[in-house]
Design a protein around this ligand. Structure first.
Ligand code: MN3
Length: 229
Protein backbone atom coordinates (compact mmCIF):
# COMPACT_ATOMS: atom_id res chain seq x y z
CA UNK A 1 0.00 0.00 0.00
CA UNK A 2 2.75 2.40 1.01
CA UNK A 3 4.74 1.51 -2.10
CA UNK A 4 1.68 2.23 -4.28
CA UNK A 5 1.07 5.61 -2.66
CA UNK A 6 4.72 6.45 -3.19
CA UNK A 7 4.39 5.51 -6.87
CA UNK A 8 1.21 7.60 -7.33
CA UNK A 9 2.69 10.66 -5.63
CA UNK A 10 5.78 10.28 -7.80
CA UNK A 11 3.64 10.22 -10.98
CA UNK A 12 1.63 13.24 -9.80
CA UNK A 13 4.81 15.14 -9.02
CA UNK A 14 6.30 14.31 -12.44
CA UNK A 15 3.12 15.46 -14.19
CA UNK A 16 3.12 18.68 -12.20
CA UNK A 17 6.75 19.46 -13.03
CA UNK A 18 6.22 18.59 -16.73
CA UNK A 19 3.13 20.81 -16.88
CA UNK A 20 5.03 23.65 -15.31
CA UNK A 21 7.96 23.28 -17.70
CA UNK A 22 5.61 23.10 -20.69
CA UNK A 23 4.08 26.38 -19.63
CA UNK A 24 0.66 25.26 -18.38
CA UNK A 25 1.00 28.22 -16.00
CA UNK A 26 0.77 30.54 -19.07
CA UNK A 27 -2.96 31.45 -18.73
CA UNK A 28 -2.18 33.16 -15.42
CA UNK A 29 0.39 35.33 -17.22
CA UNK A 30 -2.01 35.95 -20.12
CA UNK A 31 -4.59 37.35 -17.70
CA UNK A 32 -2.04 39.88 -16.54
CA UNK A 33 -1.29 41.04 -20.10
CA UNK A 34 -1.74 44.80 -20.33
CA UNK A 35 -3.70 46.35 -23.24
CA UNK A 36 -0.69 48.44 -24.34
CA UNK A 37 2.68 46.74 -24.66
CA UNK A 38 6.01 48.55 -24.85
CA UNK A 39 7.98 46.35 -27.21
CA UNK A 40 11.76 46.23 -26.75
CA UNK A 41 13.73 48.63 -28.96
CA UNK A 42 14.58 46.93 -32.27
CA UNK A 43 18.30 47.81 -31.72
CA UNK A 44 20.63 48.49 -28.81
CA UNK A 45 20.43 51.80 -26.97
CA UNK A 46 23.70 53.06 -28.51
CA UNK A 47 23.03 51.75 -32.05
CA UNK A 48 21.95 55.13 -33.43
CA UNK A 49 25.04 57.05 -32.28
CA UNK A 50 26.41 59.56 -33.08
CA UNK A 51 23.15 60.88 -34.60
CA UNK A 52 20.95 60.00 -31.60
CA UNK A 53 22.94 59.42 -28.43
CA UNK A 54 22.47 56.51 -26.07
CA UNK A 55 21.71 59.13 -23.40
CA UNK A 56 18.81 60.59 -25.43
CA UNK A 57 17.47 57.17 -26.42
CA UNK A 58 17.68 55.94 -22.82
CA UNK A 59 15.50 58.81 -21.60
CA UNK A 60 13.23 58.83 -24.63
CA UNK A 61 12.42 55.10 -24.61
CA UNK A 62 12.94 54.35 -20.93
CA UNK A 63 11.23 57.40 -19.42
CA UNK A 64 9.03 59.27 -21.94
CA UNK A 65 7.68 56.32 -23.96
CA UNK A 66 7.41 54.11 -20.86
CA UNK A 67 5.41 56.81 -19.02
CA UNK A 68 2.84 57.01 -21.87
CA UNK A 69 2.46 53.21 -21.88
CA UNK A 70 2.04 53.04 -18.08
CA UNK A 71 -0.47 55.89 -17.99
CA UNK A 72 -2.44 54.45 -20.93
CA UNK A 73 -2.69 51.06 -19.19
CA UNK A 74 -3.73 52.69 -15.92
CA UNK A 75 -6.52 54.63 -17.68
CA UNK A 76 -7.63 51.59 -19.69
CA UNK A 77 -8.20 49.60 -16.49
CA UNK A 78 -11.44 51.58 -16.12
CA UNK A 79 -12.29 51.82 -19.83
CA UNK A 80 -14.56 49.56 -21.90
CA UNK A 81 -12.14 50.17 -24.79
CA UNK A 82 -9.35 48.13 -23.13
CA UNK A 83 -9.88 45.04 -25.30
CA UNK A 84 -9.86 46.96 -28.61
CA UNK A 85 -6.78 47.08 -30.86
CA UNK A 86 -4.67 50.18 -30.13
CA UNK A 87 -5.58 51.83 -33.48
CA UNK A 88 -9.29 51.45 -32.64
CA UNK A 89 -8.79 53.04 -29.20
CA UNK A 90 -7.04 55.98 -30.93
CA UNK A 91 -9.91 56.44 -33.41
CA UNK A 92 -12.59 56.03 -30.71
CA UNK A 93 -11.09 58.68 -28.40
CA UNK A 94 -9.81 61.26 -30.95
CA UNK A 95 -11.45 64.66 -30.69
CA UNK A 96 -13.56 63.71 -27.64
CA UNK A 97 -13.15 66.23 -24.84
CA UNK A 98 -13.81 63.69 -22.06
CA UNK A 99 -11.27 61.21 -23.53
CA UNK A 100 -8.36 63.58 -24.12
CA UNK A 101 -5.98 62.10 -21.53
CA UNK A 102 -6.62 58.55 -22.70
CA UNK A 103 -6.20 59.58 -26.36
CA UNK A 104 -2.96 61.45 -25.65
CA UNK A 105 -1.35 58.53 -23.82
CA UNK A 106 -2.53 55.74 -26.14
CA UNK A 107 -1.61 57.71 -29.28
CA UNK A 108 1.80 58.64 -27.85
CA UNK A 109 2.41 54.96 -27.00
CA UNK A 110 1.56 54.01 -30.64
CA UNK A 111 3.52 56.91 -32.17
CA UNK A 112 6.71 56.06 -30.27
CA UNK A 113 6.47 52.37 -31.02
CA UNK A 114 6.11 53.24 -34.74
CA UNK A 115 8.93 55.80 -34.58
CA UNK A 116 11.48 53.26 -33.22
CA UNK A 117 10.75 51.00 -36.18
CA UNK A 118 11.31 53.89 -38.61
CA UNK A 119 14.95 54.09 -37.51
CA UNK A 120 17.95 51.80 -37.85
CA UNK A 121 21.75 52.00 -37.71
CA UNK A 122 23.34 52.71 -41.11
CA UNK A 123 19.98 53.72 -42.57
CA UNK A 124 18.94 56.87 -44.39
CA UNK A 125 20.04 58.13 -47.77
CA UNK A 126 18.09 57.30 -50.90
CA UNK A 127 15.52 54.51 -50.42
CA UNK A 128 15.18 51.38 -52.55
CA UNK A 129 13.73 51.46 -56.06
CA UNK A 130 10.02 51.01 -55.20
CA UNK A 131 9.87 53.80 -52.59
CA UNK A 132 12.32 56.05 -54.49
CA UNK A 133 10.04 55.90 -57.56
CA UNK A 134 6.96 56.85 -55.50
CA UNK A 135 8.86 59.70 -53.84
CA UNK A 136 9.98 60.99 -57.26
CA UNK A 137 6.40 60.79 -58.58
CA UNK A 138 4.89 62.57 -55.57
CA UNK A 139 7.57 65.11 -54.65
CA UNK A 140 9.66 65.56 -57.82
CA UNK A 141 12.87 64.10 -56.39
CA UNK A 142 14.31 62.66 -53.19
CA UNK A 143 16.07 65.97 -52.46
CA UNK A 144 12.78 67.88 -52.79
CA UNK A 145 11.08 65.37 -50.48
CA UNK A 146 13.90 65.80 -47.95
CA UNK A 147 13.65 69.58 -48.09
CA UNK A 148 9.86 69.53 -47.71
CA UNK A 149 10.04 67.04 -44.82
CA UNK A 150 12.64 69.08 -42.93
CA UNK A 151 10.65 72.29 -43.51
CA UNK A 152 7.47 70.63 -42.19
CA UNK A 153 9.36 69.62 -39.04
CA UNK A 154 10.72 73.12 -38.66
CA UNK A 155 7.26 74.62 -39.14
CA UNK A 156 5.57 72.42 -36.53
CA UNK A 157 5.02 74.96 -33.75
CA UNK A 158 5.75 73.36 -30.38
CA UNK A 159 5.59 69.59 -29.85
CA UNK A 160 4.49 67.13 -32.47
CA UNK A 161 5.33 64.72 -35.26
CA UNK A 162 6.19 64.87 -38.99
CA UNK A 163 4.84 62.04 -41.10
CA UNK A 164 5.05 60.58 -44.55
CA UNK A 165 1.58 59.16 -45.18
CA UNK A 166 -0.34 57.50 -47.93
CA UNK A 167 -3.62 59.33 -48.49
CA UNK A 168 -5.76 57.33 -50.88
CA UNK A 169 -2.57 56.12 -52.62
CA UNK A 170 -0.99 59.56 -52.82
CA UNK A 171 2.13 60.19 -50.70
CA UNK A 172 1.95 63.29 -48.52
CA UNK A 173 3.99 64.96 -45.78
CA UNK A 174 1.84 65.98 -42.83
CA UNK A 175 2.65 67.41 -39.42
CA UNK A 176 0.56 66.78 -36.31
CA UNK A 177 0.66 68.58 -32.95
CA UNK A 178 1.18 66.82 -29.61
CA UNK A 179 -0.08 63.21 -29.76
CA UNK A 180 -2.15 63.50 -32.95
CA UNK A 181 -1.88 60.69 -35.47
CA UNK A 182 -2.91 60.66 -39.16
CA UNK A 183 -4.89 57.40 -38.82
CA UNK A 184 -7.60 59.57 -37.29
CA UNK A 185 -7.87 61.28 -40.73
CA UNK A 186 -7.87 57.94 -42.57
CA UNK A 187 -4.28 58.46 -43.71
CA UNK A 188 -1.86 55.55 -43.55
CA UNK A 189 1.38 56.33 -41.67
CA UNK A 190 4.48 55.22 -43.60
CA UNK A 191 7.25 57.06 -41.72
CA UNK A 192 7.49 59.45 -38.80
CA UNK A 193 9.96 61.67 -36.97
CA UNK A 194 9.28 62.73 -33.39
CA UNK A 195 9.85 66.50 -33.13
CA UNK A 196 9.06 66.88 -29.43
CA UNK A 197 12.06 68.59 -27.81
CA UNK A 198 12.74 65.52 -25.64
CA UNK A 199 13.69 63.61 -28.81
CA UNK A 200 16.59 65.88 -29.80
CA UNK A 201 17.35 68.58 -27.24
CA UNK A 202 20.17 66.76 -25.39
CA UNK A 203 21.98 66.13 -28.70
CA UNK A 204 20.99 69.09 -30.90
CA UNK A 205 19.60 71.74 -28.48
CA UNK A 206 17.49 74.11 -30.64
CA UNK A 207 18.72 72.73 -33.99
CA UNK A 208 15.62 70.69 -34.86
CA UNK A 209 16.25 70.80 -38.65
CA UNK A 210 19.75 69.26 -38.16
CA UNK A 211 18.23 66.41 -36.15
CA UNK A 212 15.61 65.67 -38.86
CA UNK A 213 18.27 65.91 -41.58
CA UNK A 214 20.50 63.44 -39.69
CA UNK A 215 17.61 60.96 -39.50
CA UNK A 216 16.86 61.26 -43.24
CA UNK A 217 20.52 60.91 -44.16
CA UNK A 218 21.70 58.28 -41.66
CA UNK A 219 18.93 56.54 -39.72
CA UNK A 220 15.70 56.20 -41.73
CA UNK A 221 14.67 52.56 -42.09
CA UNK A 222 13.36 52.74 -45.66
CA UNK A 223 12.74 48.97 -45.75
CA UNK A 224 10.26 49.38 -42.90
CA UNK A 225 8.70 52.40 -44.64
CA UNK A 226 8.35 50.39 -47.88
CA UNK A 227 6.72 47.53 -45.93
CA UNK A 228 4.02 49.99 -44.79
CA UNK A 229 2.99 50.89 -48.36
MN1 MN3 B 1 8.91 61.34 -27.97
Amino acid sequence: MFQMLKKVSCVVMTLFITAFLLGVHQPVCAQEKKPIIQEPLPYSQNALEPFISSYTLGFHYGKHHAAYVDKANELLEKSPLAKQPVEEIIKATAGKADQTILFNNVAQAWNHSFFWKCLKAQGGGKPGEKLAKLIDENFGSFDKFKEEFINAGKAQFGSGWVWLVSDGGKLKIVKTPNADNPIVNNQKPLFVVDVWEHSYYLDYQNRRPDYIKAILEHLANWEFVTSNL
